[in-house]
Design a protein around this ligand. Sequence first.
Ligand SMILES: Cc1cc2nc3c(=O)[nH]c(=O)nc-3n(C[C@H](O)[C@H](O)[C@H](O)COP(=O)(O)O)c2cc1C
Length: 401
Amino acid sequence: MGAIVITVRRIHTVTNRQITDSIFYAGVNDKTLDLFESQYVVPNGVTYNSYVILDDKCAIMDTADKRASTEWKQNITEILGDRKPDYLVVLHLEPDHSANIQNICEHYPDMKLILSAKAKAMLPQFFDEDLTDRCIAVSEGDELSLGRHTLKFIMAPMVHWPEVMVAYEASEKILFSADAFGKFGTLDTQEDWTCEARRYYFNIVGKYGAQVQTLLKKAKTLEIETICPLHGPVLTEDLEYYIGKYDLWSRYEPEDDGVFIACASIHGNTMNACRKLSEILTEKGAKKVVVTDLARDDMAEAVEDAFRYDKIVFAAASYDAGVFPCMEEFLHHLKAKNFQNRKAAIVENGSWAPSAGKVMRTMLEGMKNISICDNAVTMKTTMKENTVNEMEQLAEELLAK
Ligand SMILES: Cc1cc2nc3c(=O)[nH]c(=O)nc-3n(C[C@H](O)[C@H](O)[C@H](O)COP(=O)(O)O)c2cc1C
């Protein structure tokens, strides 16, 4: 997230649930969830998006989390009126989108499930009832005619599950993008798209940059005017901006020129040094410096910021001949999300046998294309004159082109 102010983009606020004449929003806002995927704080909640296409044939696009079952079913019934859905299109099987599949199948016994072959194979894991006979598996490029609307299916394996596909509707130029282009935050939240979409992307999809690139290449061949993701707002204008961000993020290229200082401090001395380092870096011309307290601040935001800026400082206290655990956890997340292509520097602290630097260096060496500055800082408990001198040298090297 951080503090760079970006013009708030206008996004489609779903009023009357209507996206176009015949496409409707059936999703649900959830403002009561403590942790998304039992891991990510969602201060402004999250949405479970679902859509309905009303044509000669009716299609429901994905279901919703079990937390939202009642409201979602009510939305579906309101939109459908007396009509019955012919198809439930399952783009993604993760429970926050698939929890109501069995439910809705029981309610509409003639409705068919349209899903990828991989999803068909995985489906029985999720439900007690055998839904195999209801399944129509589709492959790359297959089309489903609803009347005026035709859905074309495009496989998107490992964005970010193996069974994922997206659907393109050419007459309305809409891409139903599954979890791609998703964002934390409910639809009635007034906030910039980018920060919470970036935090969502790097923490949930981040590992699969190559697969996102493959999907973006396929998307390039389509004329898209609207993106309907499974979380967050429907995107209706300035689509090059959103697609451009996904392109940049999935190439693991930094977004902003700046230094992200990730600090793991037990008693505050390493944090003091980080604040001083921030001043030194600013004096030496760093465009932006962001300091994070890994022990207290949101870990997912720290991961997001690590990917956002082009330079990063890892600063940590030594701990039991290793590194203070929140730094180890941070590095573990970065490795898991394929962190790469950054310039890094190390600051360690220890009162008798500093060990944090070695551990951090070893973990960073296990990542791709991380260039670690030769100048490192070792401080013994509190910041002294020699610490400041070492930080000056580290800053010079880190900021050098
Ligand atoms: C449980 C525990 C284990 C520690 N293990 C080490 C260690 O292995 N080596 C060392 O030099 N210092 C160790 N320390 C000391 C701290 O790393 C040291 O006091 C450091 O200056 C703390 O920096 P801070 O004020 O930023 O937390 C340990 C401290 C604690 C509380």
